[in-house]
Design a protein around this ligand. Structure first.
Ligand code: ZN
Length: 133
């Protein structure tokens, strides 16, 4: 398993990590297989979505805030970050992408996004590449 870290800069932020994952796949020498990207945190997640228009990221985070506000009168969790926990589970903790001819098999407009919901923090991402050389 490989690990890399990310320094996030705001409470909610999406960071494109496609290139870092591709680099790990290339270094692993796997031509055909799959890669799983896993986020070992309860207030951050991972998703695959559009990599081209930055307005999509803006709208994505704005709509998540709209659906899951940071403060609600019924929240009980003493740490005060219930919204971050909920959003993390909405995104999920992992994604798996196929590898063919040594390349991530993503759609033209797809990228792998790390999703911070309780930053700024230093975060870990775990990556496992499996397949044939
Ligand atoms: Zn918490």
């Amino acid at each position: 398993m490989h690990e890399f870290t990310l320094d996030t800069r705001s409470r909610s932020q999406m960071l494109l990590i496609t290139d870092r994952v591709q680099r790990l796949v290339t270094d692993a020498g796997v031509q055909r297989g799959s890669v799983t990207v896993y986020v070992p945190h309860t207030t951050a997640g991972i998703t695959i979505n559009e990599n081209a228009d930055p307005d999509v990221v803006h709208d994505f985070l704005a709509q998540l805030d709209n659906m899951v506000p940071w403060e609600q009168p019924f929240y009980r969790h003493g740490e005060g970050n219930s919204a971050a926990h909920v959003k993390a589970s909405m995104m999920g903790s992992s994604c798996t992408v196929f590898i063919d001819q040594g390349k991530l098999q993503l759609g033209t407009w797809q990228g792998i996004w790390f999703c911070e919901f309780d930053g700024p923090r230093t975060r870990k991402v775990w990556v496992r590449v499996v397949g044939e050389p």
